[in-house]
Design a protein around this ligand. Structure first.
Ligand SMILES: [Fe+2]
Length: 185
């Protein structure tokens, strides 16, 4: 197979997303291409590996369209760190590049009628290894954790940059839901 590059992936993404097909069709078509990009030398050459100690991970934007759609990013996770449960407000594909990443999936169990209040129940947990992919629908709630003693890296592809979707983070103990903007580079 010929080498695959970020510009080729972006061109493929534009073709797939054109005409706004159903999210499930986008996820099915983007997943194998994101896996191919994650394994490519071109992607590895672009990785900064930089982490933000305050939030526990680095968010390196590799591409987005001028309207913030079709966002491609590399996330570098510090050892023992991760995210609170959150949604994305857009579709997403995550592929492991280096190291393991534990993903927990959550279900919202309150009725959503009280502003700022949310109750979550953990549904399942799975360890994703390099090359493995997760498809995320816009309303799925997950949390991420790097269980290892070294930085892990994953490739993230989103329908829209998640700082522009109005997505949320959840605090399981405090039973709260708040907007979530992450630091990006
Ligand atoms: Fe996420």
């Amino acid at each position: 197979m010929p080498p695959y590059t970020l510009p080729q992936f972006v061109a493929d993404l534009r073709g797939i997303a054109a005409g706004e097909p159903p999210v499930r069709d986008i996820l099915v078509r983007v997943k194998p291409l994101a896996q191919r990009l994650a394994a490519s030398a071109d992607l590895r050459a672009r990785l900064s590996g930089a982490c933000d100690p305050q939030q526990g991970f680095g968010f390196q934007v590799l591409h987005e369209e001028p309207d913030h759609t079709l966002a491609v990013a590399a996330l570098s996770w510090l050892p023992g760190r991760g995210t609170p449960p959150h949604d994305h407000g857009t579709w997403g594909i995550v592929v492991g590049v280096e190291g393991d990443e534990i993903n927990a999936f959550w279900q919202r169990v309150d009725d959503g009628r009280t502003p700022g209040h949310a109750e979550l129940r953990k549904l399942s947990e799975k360890t994703f290894r390099p090359g493995e992919a997760i498809a995320l629908t816009p309303d799925i709630i997950h949390s991420v954790h790097n269980p290892s003693d070294r930085v892990s890296v994953s490739l993230h592809v989103y329908g829209k940059n998640i700082n522009f979707t109005g997505r949320s983070r959840f605090d399981v103990e405090q039973r709260t839901v708040t907007p979530w903007i992450v630091t990006q580079s």
